[in-house]
Design a protein around this ligand. Structure first.
Ligand SMILES: Cc1cc2nc3c(=O)[nH]c(=O)nc-3n(C[C@H](O)[C@H](O)[C@H](O)COP(=O)(O)OP(=O)(O)OC[C@H]3O[C@@H](n4cnc5c(N)ncnc54)[C@H](O)[C@@H]3O)c2cc1C
Length: 636
């Protein structure tokens, strides 16, 4: 016992200081470190003792992120890049939430535009390292990306089970790491619940809703007349393989017969990727019925597949065999936590402008029908409306209104049921994650709560976000520390489209028909910045082109890329190699070189230099013989 206590104290001590080694550039995942001299809970034949297991660990960090779906990963990286120490926990062994190999849901975003920032970086990394479009490899692309982030520690197989409160503050999150049977106290200044279901937030007493609001509450035209408990449902997906010869299928005994003749708008065209409408939803406790829902989904799924394989109506399925079937149902909706503002579909359809807009979306109002496959008379989704331009999401919808140090991102944010039918999409969840990540780091820096950011620090939050390549509709960059804004002249070697002056116009993407980029006429182009008097510089930050109008997400059926207007591999528009030169006297001197770039936003740091002119020389792209750039910034 004495040994165990000593070890626990040591672990608490070591882990409180573990962030010093997390700064080095690659981080380690964090777990209990077993003492080889202590044997727990089994008969130790060496001396016939039965020591009791008591693995306890205290982890202190600035920001704790619960749940590593696209929202949680984005929040964690965003906070870490602002200098906060961050611990990201996930109750399952792989990262990605519904997008992981466990569920294989495609990371979609706004129909009208593509997100930038961390979501873009993840998808670009996948293009580079996973050209084969393998879901298990995608899990590792995410894992490698998270581990490469200084300030960020990932704890897998770790579930947050309870919040310990100090008044309105979460004082600690009690977690359980199932793989090491370790009880973890996670102590942070700010907690960001990105877990979808929000178990921690609920245990903290954060106000939440489930179900559908009545139309009158927010004047939502697609909401029902009276409120009820219906939430959108859960699914399991599949992937098939062409065996090149007939592949018989025998349904398991529990399969439930699919009545195609009674099924309204259940489309059986896509035999490669599964059927998103094999869905079960609840008007009560969907979380509590999850195990039963999984069993039921399997029965429905095999019933549909049996119909495809054995009804004789799909000869094209004769050679198809199931290559993968999900075992964990992906969930679309459960708790929605209430912030100081509840975003509703009326705001979205009217494109309401929020002074505190920090995120945005643009997926359609894709509300799935109550009951899912149990309700074959309704269409599986109503697809109420589409957005031609992005709608704004206010900061006030991204923190709890009654738990002071709790923020939210993902499908658990402060929105109505109808609004969630659009905001739940993962690109949008990632954008929200970026916003709360930056905001959480600001809370730590200033020793304030999330609510204190609005209104006094909202402009600072927006500006920090824009600098990191997080787009906010209707907000322009305005950073007086950006020395590029103070140049006497900006010029380019050659131009075929746009204008090199657009690189300083504060908008780092084309917005509808308005161009905000410069495109060269050749691939060996350069841009010069000249100042009247010498300036001290130590970094140049560039935003390149990755073609935001073309899809970049991974699909279960890569053969369909062409049909979808997508390409495989890194976008050919992206600049791969470039150098930065500074003018010293009359000579140009190289001060930095970047090779094999795979990011849209590239901050380049170098030893501080005093100069009157800087040249960015582009040497190669991933395919195109022109260079396109959206923004150039310089800092000391
Ligand atoms: C079948 C299906 C199809 C869909 N189709 C699309 C689509 O095509 N494109 C699209 O973009 N979106 C789609 N969606 C919606 C989208 O997947 C979700 O809305 C989105 O994943 C929500 O993101 P999130 O980060 O909030 O949660 P999640 O992706 O669910 O991630 C939450 C993570 O937190 C973990 N977690 C949960 N509780 C805890 C806890 N207490 N402690 C620690 N970790 C915890 C979970 O294991 C998970 O890893 C679909 C959803 C389903 C179910």
């Amino acid at each position: 016992m004495k040994n165990t206590l000593l070890l626990n104290l040591l672990v608490v001590f070591c882990l409180s200081f573990q962030f010093s080694w997390a700064q080095s550039g690659t981080t380690d995942t964090l777990s209990y470190v077993a003492d080889p001299t202590v044997h727990h809970n089994w008969l130790y034949l060496g001396d016939n003792t039965h020591p009791q297991p008591k693995r306890v660990m205290t982890v202190k960090t600035d920001v704790a992120v619960i749940g590593a779906g696209i929202a949680g990963m984005s929040a964690a990286v965003a906070a870490a890049r602002q200098g906060a120490s961050v611990v990201l926990i996930n109750d399952r062994p792989v990262l990605g939430g519904n997008a992981s190999s466990e569920m294989r849901v495609t990371v979609n975003g706004a129909h009208c535009e593509r997100e930038t920032g961390i979501v873009e970086e993840l998808l670009l990394a996948n293009k580079k390292y996973n050209m084969q479009e393998s879901y298990p490899v995608w899990d590792h692309v995410l894992y490698n990306y998270m581990r490469a982030e200084p300030n960020l520690t990932v704890m897998l197989n770790t579930q947050a089970v309870k919040a310990v409160m100090d008044g309105k503050d979460i004082k600690e999150a009690i977690c359980w790491q199932s793989s090491t049977e370790t009880h973890i106290k996670l102590i942070a200044d700010v907690y960001i619940d990105c877990s979808g279901d929000g178990f921690l937030a609920a245990s903290a007493g954060a106000d939440y809703r489930t179900g559908r609001e009545a139309r009158s509450e927010f004047n939502e035209k697609y909401a029902p007349e009276t409120s009820d408990g219906w939430q959108q449902g859960e699914c399991i997906m599949m992937i098939t393989k062409d065996m090149g010869k007939p592949a018989p299928f025998v349904a398991p005994s529990y399969a439930r017969k699919f009545h195609a003749d009674k099924a309204f708008k259940r489309n059986i065209k896509n035999l490669k990727e599964g059927f998103w409408w094999v869905e079960i939803s609840s008007d009560a406790d969907g979380i509590g019925s999850r195990e039963a829902t999984r069993d039921s989904l399997m029965a429905y799924f095999y019933g549909v597949w049996d119909y495809v394989k054995n009804s004789g109506k799909f000869p094209q399925a004769e050679n198809l065999a199931l290559d993968w079937v999900g075992s964990i149902p992906g969930r679309r909706e459960s708790r929605r936590f209430m912030g100081d503002y509840i975003l509703n579909s009326t705001d979205m359809l009217e494109h309401k402008h929020f002074e505190d807009a920090v995120a945005w979306g643009g997926w359609s109002l894709d509300e799935h029908c109550p009951g899912g496959i149990k309700n074959l008379t309704d269409p599986p989704s109503y697809f109420h409306d589409r957005f031609k331009t992005p709608y704004e999401i206010p900061y006030r919808s991204l923190y709890s209104r009654n738990v002071s140090n709790l923020m939210l991102a993902g499908r658990d944010i402060s929105v109505t049921h109808i609004a969630l039918s659009s905001t739940r999409i993962m690109g949008t969840c990632g954008v929200e994650g970026q916003a709360v990540g930056v905001a959480a780091a600001m809370c730590v820096e200033n020793n304030i709560n999330p609510r204190d950011i609005y209104p006094t620090k909202i402009k600072e939050l927006q500006q920090r976000m824009l600098r990191q390549d997080y787009y906010i509709p209707n907000v322009k960059a305005d950073d007086n520390k950006d020395l590029a804004q103070k140049v006497k002249r900006i010029s380019a070697s050659d131009t075929s489209e746009g204008d090199v002056k657009f690189l300083l116009d504060g908008i780092a993407r084309d917005v509808q028909d308005t161009i905000h980029h410069w495109t060269s006429a050749s691939s060996k182009a350069y841009v010069d910045l000249e100042w009247k008097r010498p300036v001290e510089l130590s970094s140049v930050e560039i935003k390149f082109d990755t073609n935001l109008h073309r899809g970049i997400m991974m699909h279960k059926d890569p053969a369909k890329y062409e049909e979808r207007g997508q390409i495989q591999g890194v976008p050919p528009e992206l600049v791969k190699d470039f150098t930065i030169e500074a003018k010293i006297g009359k000579e140009w001197k190289q001060i930095a070189e970047v090779k094999d770039n795979i990011r849209r936003f590239v901050p380049v740091k170098f030893d501080s230099i005093k100069t009157k002119a800087v040249r960015v020389k582009f040497n190669d792209t991933y395919g195109l013989s022109k260079i396109t750039v959206f923004e150039l910034r310089c800092y000391n």
